[in-house]
Design a protein around this ligand. Structure first.
Ligand code: AN0
Ligand code: CP
Length: 333
């Protein structure tokens, strides 16, 4: 694995899942693998879970970690090709990413969509330019359109809570929120679910359909109660409109998930990536009961990230490559 920006970077999802469960059993089994390797975590947006779980994952592998909140602590970044930088932007992404690539062996980058231009956000300019100019393996810590480390942690959590039946039904349901949020978590969750053999339904109010490329084989309905029928996992998340791009079209409180609604399900487990707006997206009564998996999901972020970092370390910095590199160095001096 060179980069990790989506499920498309994963050769075998089942094998990845198996590796994560093994690492969870014995988190320090590879504590020498990352020795003297530096992970740089670059944030252009806030984070709690991603920031801390990525640091912990790297430390479990013996890596060094440096973190920068680029949006708050760095120079303001220009991204435009050929820009004449005579306004407020101080540093070009070409230079910033290239410099950080020299300090880091692996870079993680969080870059949310601006939710103004769909074309711009879905082009994944920041992520793409980091890959191009940093010249080291890049891990998405949530990009404009996806949150693959979250989806991987979600899949681990589902695997740990599988009901004893053949056909497992998963529902992704939209929930109200006061602010326009990215589609990234929902897109990514759908993309990962479409690679499983779960039955998969997405419920959202009209106008909140995800891009077809992400919804894939999912059954899409505007009827939340219908979707919840016999569900085994209910994944709750708000997202802003993809079609009427970045807009909040509804804040209908009747879409909030409550215990009453969960009665329609097959005693479903409830999931959310966090942070959650309590009693807006999800009622306290749901979050605080035993069927809620939200803390387990957050815990599994460590093992999802550790698995990805391990894969990248193994395929890019193997002993063999280190030896070759060393010989090159001797020849040059
Ligand atoms: C972000 C989102 O919806 O993409 C991050 C979730 C992990 N959530 C908020 O901005 C509240
Ligand atoms: N779920 C998640 O990515 O949380 P943070 O935004 O706190 O990192």
């Amino acid at each position: 694995m060179k980069h990790f920006t989506s499920i498309h970077d994963v050769a075998d999802v089942n094998e990845l899942l198996h590796e994560a469960l093994e690492l969870k059993e014995d988190p320090f089994a590879f504590s020498a693998l990352g020795k003297n390797k530096t992970l740089g975590l670059i944030f252009l947006n806030p984070s709690l879970r991603t920031r801390l779980s990525s640091q912990k994952a790297a430390m479990n592998l013996g890596m060094n970690v440096i973190v920068m909140n680029l949006d708050k602590e760095g120079w303001s970044i220009e991204t435009g090709e050929g820009a004449i930088m005579n306004e407020d932007k101080v540093e070009h992404i070409k230079d910033a990413a290239a410099v950080m690539g020299q300090y880091c062996d692996i870079i993680g980058i969080r870059s949310f969509p601006k939710l103004k231009s769909r074309e711009e956000d879905y082009s994944e300019e920041i992520l793409g330019k980091f890959i191009k100019y940093a010249k080291v393996p890049v891990v998405s810590l949530e990009s404009a359109t996806r949150h693959p480390l979250q989806s991987f942690a979600d899949l681990i959590t589902m695997r740990e809570n599988l009901p004893k039946k053949k056909k497992v039904k998963v529902v992704l349901t939209w929930a109200p929120h006061i602010k326009p949020l990215p589609q990234a978590v929902a897109n990514s969750f759908a993309e990962w679910m479409n690679q499983t053999d779960f039955e998969f339904t997405i419920a959202n109010p009209k106008g909140y359909e995800l891009a077809e490329a992400f919804a894939g084989r999912a059954v899409v309905t505007y009827d939340q109660a219908e979707a919840l029928k016999d569900a085994d996992f209910v994944y709750v998340k708000n997202w802003s409109s993809y079609n009427d791009y970045g807009k909040v079209l509804s804040s209908d409180p009747s879409w909030m998930l409550t215990n009453e609604k969960l009665k329609i399900t097959g005693n479903a487990k409830v999931m959310h990536c966090l942070p959650v707006r309590r009693n807006v997206e999800l009622a306290d009564e749901v979050l605080d009961r035993k069927n809620s998996l939200v803390l387990q999901q957050a815990n599994n972020r460590v093992y999802a990230t550790q698995t990805i970092l391990k894969k990248i370390l193994e395929s890019n910095f193997s002993n063999h490559e280190a030896t070759v590199h060393h010989q090159d160095w001797r020849q040059r001096h």
